[in-house]
Ligand binder design. Structure first.
Ligand SMILES: C[S@@+](CC[C@H](N)C(=O)[O-])C[C@H]1O[C@@H](n2cnc3c(N)ncnc32)[C@H](O)[C@@H]1O
Length: 337
């Protein structure tokens, strides 16, 4: 049974800990820097005589707001924020591994330049255009109805690409290709038509910017093997993890937003999940140790606090001692442990 490892915290803190060349496929869908708070409010309607909505045969319904799930998507230093994370992505990718980077036209050009610098221009394999044709249509310019997904192979001469596992799509004019070919369908190009997650469908989690599992399954089937390790460190509602489970692959997911973790908890109930919630506390502990290091000689009280916190968090004394030693507060640590 495939397994998901789920971490809560800033992905940069966690990525450093992943073994180099350990991951065959990374898909990430970072915030797009839309300059907005990304939000989805979930509502429920119940029949009610003086309700605010009218349904079939004039029946009235009351709207109940169930809550809002979202995250801030505003950066003044977007490329600087992405860079160290992409450097880590490159490091942890296996020799035959691939990165899929999901973005839209607002930042795609800058991201492409950054990715070219980290991976090398020759490692750029495709720009996949995901078209969805859904929602409001602007009257002032051509409505934007696509996202961009960049594919980079760590080694452009040798990478996992299971052509035979590609799903097939219907021919536009099946009458022109003969019965057999029409029944088989054709292979997709770099333009993927796929509707967004249906607002009333089963797949919907209510998390803002949730991506459809079908495009992720296509990526996983072609770009990984059954024993591959997969990862998404901007996981959101965990769509990539859901696709990995559907394709029976192990995968790690990271998100720093507790609301995302709550959504994943529901979404993956009953699945083989390893939760690493305490990681957040460990990060806090490390930060405190760094503070102690700066304070240096005057940090005895601080370090005692750090050690207590560490042990409460579930770290062994040995580990606490090691962490303190690592930050070179040696003298003090000898006194307390
Ligand atoms: C566009 S959403 C991902 C949506 C996801 N693909 C899905 O289908 O639900 C981006 C996510 O990145 C998370 N995020 C942003 N910065 C992060 C960071 N430094 N570390 C971990 N997660 C981060 C946000 O909390 C948000 O959930």
């Amino acid at each position: 049974m495939a397994k998901l490892d789920i971490w809560c915290g800033d992905n940069l803190d966690f990525l450093h800990k992943i073994k180099s060349k350990s991951t065959d496929l990374i898909y990430i869908d970072p915030p797009f820097n839309t300059g907005k708070q990304q939000e989805r409010t979930q509502i429920k309607t119940v029949a009610c005589q003086d309700g605010d909505r009218v349904g079939f045969s004039g029946k009235r319904y009351k709207t109940i707001r169930m809550g809002t799930l979202g995250y801030a998507d505003i950066f003044t230093d977007y490329i600087e924020y992405l860079e160290p994370r992409l450097v880590q992505a490159h490091r942890i990718l296996s020799d035959e591994g691939s990165l899929f980077f999901h973005i839209d036209c607002r930042e795609s050009h800058y991201c492409k330049v950054l990715l070219d610098m980290i991976f090398g221009r020759e490692s750029f394999m495709n720009e996949i255009i995901w078209c969805y044709d859904y929602g409001a249509r602007s009257r002032k310019k051509w409505p934007s109805k696509h996202d961009n997904i960049f594919w980079y192979a760590k080694n452009p001469k040798k990478y996992i690409y299971n052509y035979e596992n590609m799903d097939r799509i219907p021919y536009m004019a099946p009458g022109l290709v003969g019965k057999e070919k029409a029944a088989l369908g054709k292979t997709p190009t770099d333009v993927w038509w796929q509707t967004i997650v249906s607002p009333n469908g089963k797949e919907k989690t209510g998390y803002a910017t949730q991506k459809p599992i079908r495009i992720l399954e296509r990526i996983i089937k072609v770009h990984s093997n059954p024993d591959s390790k997969l990862g998404d460190f901007f996981a959101g509602s965990g769509s990539f993890g859901a696709a990995a489970l559907a394709c029976e692959r192990d995968c790690f997911l990271i998100d720093k937003n507790p609301a995302a973790l709550e959504v994943m908890k529901k979404r993956f109930a009953g699945e083989n999940i390893q939760w690493h919630r305490k990681y957040k506390k460990k990060v806090k502990l490390t930060q405190k140790i760094a503070t102690a290091e700066i304070a240096n000689e005057t940090s005895i009280v601080n370090v005692t606090e750090i050690a207590t916190d560490g042990i409460d968090t579930g770290l062994s004394i040995k580990k606490v001692r090691k962490t303190i030693k690592k930050t070179q507060v040696k003298k003090v640590s000898d006194k307390i442990v």
